[in-house]
Design a protein around this ligand. Structure first.
Ligand SMILES: *Cc1c(COP(=O)(O)O)cnc(C)c1O
Length: 407
């Protein structure tokens, strides 16, 4: 088969779409005014931001006054959690609930707050990468300031029962924040119906540019200022707005949410073909629940394979994939998400995430299905662990429990 170039790492970042770029370009050339200026050039820029804010609000079912533009998902996560902690910590609420498989933007914020005297409960996900609303209910205490639980996991694509968790938090009168970076555009979101108080989103995961995103904060929830200065973002986050990025984000989220059911139907069919085909490889395993799963996510572990070698050989064959998240690849530690599922290091280490999109084609899927088994075989031929497995060594019984049988 002829070598192809396939971008299968859309959970790491996406290409800016033509539609988004076309919306952005005039903001850099003709309509370059400062939104705070009173002449027409400035007012036009201001209007462009207002339009974008309305588009974002429409996409998640809130009002424009509840949207705060940020530099991305990490900033939104930091702001939401730290704001709640600063505000409620003063009232004696020094307990935070999250999960053990969040993005580092949430986990590292929680670790920082632990050092400031907060207590954090990291709810353990089950072996399929899910948590329940009951777990949240059982963990809530009198002094709980905020519950922060991701909508969908960036590595294994599992989708949490957000509406039910929101119901529990509302009933217990505890703030509920969700990192929805991977969910926006992939699952229908309505913050009002789903009882969400705060929601983080990133532009570059939905075909806008990098360095843009937003935090939704439900009306009436007091918020601590993030950046002091001018009156931008209602005085909460000062600094002249990144008009092109904001306009692009408004266009990107509109496009992403226009026809989610059709996207799910198209992309999940390709995802399922990839999962079925790749898990035919002996001693492989799908990570994350098969059903409660993002339409574009495939995450598979292979015993006797070293993740980095796998990615490099896939790259040599024109396939962009990743292991773990972009932030941890390059380090030799296995992903905290895969370890949270209970996978032993040997299994977690040999993992690959493919995240496909609407731009992926059936021919791309055919090509991946042809390349992956060959590459896995080639790496295993050089692996001492794989040799042990085939010789039936005792010490491989534990990792073997976690993967499909040899034959
Ligand atoms: C990418 C990602 C982030 C970080 O977003 P940035 O815009 O890159 O800061 C946060 N959470 C999840 C789940 C992500 O996938």
């Amino acid at each position: 088969m002829e070598k192809r170039f396939i971008y299968a790492d859309n959970a790491a970042t996406t290409a800016v779409s033509k539609r988004v770029l076309d919306a952005m370009l005039p903001c850099m050339t003709e309509h370059f005014g400062n939104p705070s200026s009173i002449y027409k050039l400035g007012r036009d820029a201001e209007r462009a931001i207002t339009d974008a804010r309305e588009k974002v609000a429409k996409a998640i079912g809130c009002s424009a006054s509840e949207i705060y533009f940020t530099s991305g998902g990490s900033e939104a996560d930091n702001w939401a959690i730290r704001s709640a902690a600063i505000r409620l910590g003063k009232k004696g609420k020094k307990h935070i609930i999250t999960t053990n498989f969040e993005h580092h933007a949430v986990l590292h914020t929680c670790e920082f707050l632990e050092k400031q005297g907060f207590e954090v409960t990291y709810l353990p996900v089950d072996e399929n990468g899910l948590i329940t609303a009951e777990q949240v209910r059982d963990a809530i205490r009198e002094d709980t300031a905020i519950v922060s639980i991701m909508y969908a996991n960036n590595e294994i694509g599992t989708i949490m029962p957000i509406k039910e968790i929101g119901e529990v938090c509302r009933e217990k009168k505890v703030l509920f924040h969700t990192d929805a970076v991977q969910a926006v555009g992939n699952v229908p979101i309505n913050v009002a119906e789903q009882n969400i108080d705060m929601l983080s989103c990133s532009g570059h995961k939905i075909h806008a540019q990098k360095g843009t995103g937003f935090l939704y904060i439900r009306k009436g929830i007091p918020i601590v200022n993030l950046i002091f200065g001018g009156g931008q973002e209602r005085g909460r986050r000062a600094g002249t707005e990144n008009v092109p990025a904001i306009v692009g984000l408004g266009e990107a989220i509109t496009a992403a949410c226009e026809n989610i059911p059709a996207k799910i139907a198209k992309v999940s069919a390709m995802r399922d073909r990839l999962i079925d085909g790749i898990t035919k490889i002996p001693c492989s395993r799908l990570n994350g629940d098969r059903k409660q799963r993002l339409c574009g996510n495939v995450n598979i572990s292979f015993l006797g394979v070293e993740g980095e070698s796998l990615l490099l050989l896939l790259d040599a064959n024109g396939i962009c994939a990743s292991s773990g998240s972009a932030c941890t690849s390059g380090s030799l530690d296995p992903s905290h998400v895969l370890l949270a599922l209970g996978l032993p290091h040997e299994v977690a280490h040999g993992s690959m995430r493919l995240s496909i999109s609407e731009d992926t084609t059936d021919e791309d899927v055919d090509y991946i299905l042809e390349v992956v088994p060959k590459v896995v075989e080639r790496i295993r031929a050089m692996s001492p662990l794989w040799e042990d497995i085939q010789n039936g060594k005792e010490n491989v019984q534990k990792p073997l429990k976690f993967v499909s049988p040899l034959n």
